[in-house]
Design a protein around this ligand. Structure first.
Ligand SMILES: NC(=O)c1ccc[n+]([C@@H]2O[C@H](COP(=O)([O-])OP(=O)(O)OC[C@H]3O[C@@H](n4cnc5c(N)ncnc54)[C@H](OP(=O)(O)O)[C@@H]3O)[C@@H](O)[C@H]2O)c1
Length: 338
């Protein structure tokens, strides 16, 4: 049930039972435990989005034990606005709970014009995090990521910037995202030499997108670094919403450059087959897709997005059935690869 909070008032009180039903997993070889479901603010938190809904999604998430919220400098639109809106909501509602929350941000994609607002230079990463902290109205983030590999900047420079950010107290832990296995190994060696707590890799991973299975997951297991899986629902494809066309207000209908009608058409037969498997398990497809990821090696948390409280609640219920038979796993493999 969504609690009604008057705008501008700090009336949110977190549900006392918030830790009762969420599972937490240790992130690699670190002291940190993450909830098996984390919430991302890539979409639905920009200036184009309804801020009451955004606040309700965050408060309901925390009420159900989601302690980890993920942002990046360029989430919006416009760029920066998701952090700004998160910061406003945080200040009004979450200040008493700061130490119960694990907030991440990132830099690595284009953020501001000119040669210093993109990729992986020390100049970019340090300036970007300073900007993020202002927008978030936080003294530090719990986790700061390099968002994507930079083919030109020496990795030594990028990793030293991450290490210095931790030494300056602006982030407690660091992570990388979208790095291949080989670069992940190099980053781990550098960050180990710099005695920097590198605990996590954020990678795109879902039933429909398994690139990490080639060698990244094994590498993360060997390095004892956690994997947090982003776009676990393939941005909404792994739900039942596109079964009979493109619903109004869906990510596809809104004209996302990352998900279009062609992706729906290309995957619809797989989606139908996966829906049948999920129904036999007594789950929605979204719930099965999340549960499936939580059974993969190295996966510590599944980083979902939600455009409504209803979606969030549906996804939270994935935890009610996390067990798969070999037969079900085989059916899922066949349905998703056919
Ligand atoms: N590191 C990176 O490079 C990177 C890249 C992408 C994302 N991320 C992170 O990962 C987070 C999640 O990514 P994502 O938003 O792509 O994740 P996702 O969970 O695959 O997709 C979320 C979207 O699917 C739809 N949806 C979710 N639950 C649903 C349900 N139960 N029924 C029907 N539709 C449902 C909603 O879209 P609509 O309702 O709008 O259709 C929602 O916004 C991001 O917020 C970000 O933090 C990181």
């Amino acid at each position: 049930m969504t609690k009604q909070i008057k705008p501008g008032k700090s009336e949110y009180q977190a549900d006392k039972s918030r830790y009762d039903n969420m599972q937490y997993r240790r992130c690699g070889n670190s002291g940190v435990k993450l909830p098996v479901l984390s919430l991302g603010c890539w979409h639905n938190f920009g200036n184009v989005d309804n801020q009451d809904t955004a606040r309700d999604i965050l408060t309901v998430a925390f009420d159900h034990g989601i302690t980890h919220f993920d942002l990046a400098n360029n989430y919006g639109p416009p760029y920066g606005s998701a952090e700004e809106n998160f910061g406003k909501i945080f200040k009004k509602n979450f200040m008493p709970y700061r130490d119960e929350l694990f907030v991440s941000s990132k830099a690595g994609y284009d953020m501001w014009p000119g040669p210093y607002g993109d990729f992986g230079s020390r100049k970019y990463l340090i300036a970007s995090l300073d900007q993020s902290l202002k927008r978030l109205q936080l003294d530090y983030v719990d986790l700061f990521y390099h968002h994507r590999p930079d083919p030109e900047t020496p990795m030594e420079e990028t990793m030293l910037a991450l290490a210095d950010i931790v030494r300056q107290g602006k982030a407690l832990y660091v992570g990388i995202s979208n790095y291949c296995a080989e670069d992940t190994k190099k980053a781990a060696i550098l960050l180990r030499e710099l005695k920097t707590p590198f605990i996590i890799h954020q990678a795109r991973y879902s039933i429909l997108d398994r690139w990490v299975e080639d060698d990244l997951l094994d590498t993360l297991l060997q390095l004892d670094i956690g994997c947090i899986a982003f776009s676990p629902l393939a941005q909404g494809l792994l739900t039942e919403k596109y079964l009979s066309g493109i619903p109004e207000n869906s990510r596809v209908a809104k004209g996302s450059i990352f998900l279009d009608e062609q992706a729906v058409t290309a995957n619809i037969e797989k989606i139908r087959a996966l829906v049948a498997i999920s129904r036999a398990r007594g789950q929605k497809l979204s719930q099965m897709a999340i549960a499936w990821l939580l059974n993969r090696p190295a996966v510590v948390s599944v980083l979902i997005g939600a455009s409504s409280v209803h979606q969030l609640q549906e996804n939270l219920s994935a935890q009610n059935n996390l067990i798969f038979s070999e037969h079900e796993l085989d059916l899922i493999d066949r349905a998703s690869r056919s």
